[in-house]
Design a binder for this molecule. Sequence first.
Ligand code: PLP
Length: 283
Amino acid sequence: MRTVYVNGDYLPESEGRVSIFDRGFLFADGVYEVTTVLDGKLVDFDGHAARLERSLRELDMPMPMTRDALLEVHHRLVAENDIDEGLVYLQVTRGAADRDFAYPAEETEQTVVLFTQAKPGLAKAPEKGLSVDLQPDLRWGRRDIKTVQLLYPSMAKMAAKRAGHDDAWMHEPGGTITEGTSNNAYIVKGNTIVTRQLGNEILHGITRAAVLRLAREAQMKVEERAFTVEEAQSADEAFVTSASTFVMPVTSIGGKAVGDGQPGRIAGRLREIYLDEARAKAL
Ligand code: PLP
């Protein structure tokens, strides 16, 4: 049985308890982070801690503990659960209060929960690329805040799976793609990597930031702009990034093969350099 962290306590997972009045439960009034573990170490912990602080600030919530205390909780859970490859999930909510749309007037005790998931083989080279479906982006307008309000991405992923795909890329009324259900989306045309610019419309991926920096350092051309479904379907390559998939090739978009239908060369190269750096700098 896993050991989980709940509000200061390390407990067997079956003993973790959160109030039925928790605003995370009642209003999705909470944010989360997922940090990958490779070789028993945390990948880009500081990037995730910084985004957590930003998400909380956007919702008028403080950080529940210092960066060092948070790192200590992550390390203890990784050690106690003997995680070599996997992830640490963290969720912070505004805590329990009598149900009301307004944030509670009195500061509530935040709920802080962390647990691990073992994922042996996480960093193995993918055998094939992903097939992504196209789904309308029906999420709210503050996708830059990493809230636990994930029902629409979950519905979109299920619709994609029912149609025989691995995942979905979501698109707006004008036909531009925002991102995947739980990853950032990229296409490659010639030697140019194109991905949606930062804004309220997408999550500011921690992996995205690292991959774009590494691509520029490797003299690849990067354009951060909106791209359309048509552009994506006529691209030479496509891929997604996220903490737990790193760089993952996409070989089919909305039923159309991308390029020659095989995982792309640039995606493969970026995965290698990303994983090299992730392992070298992990804490
Ligand atoms: N976009 C969305 C909607 C996500 O949910 C995620 C990760 O969960 C990402 C992008 C990728 O972000 P990161 O690289 O920080 O994992």
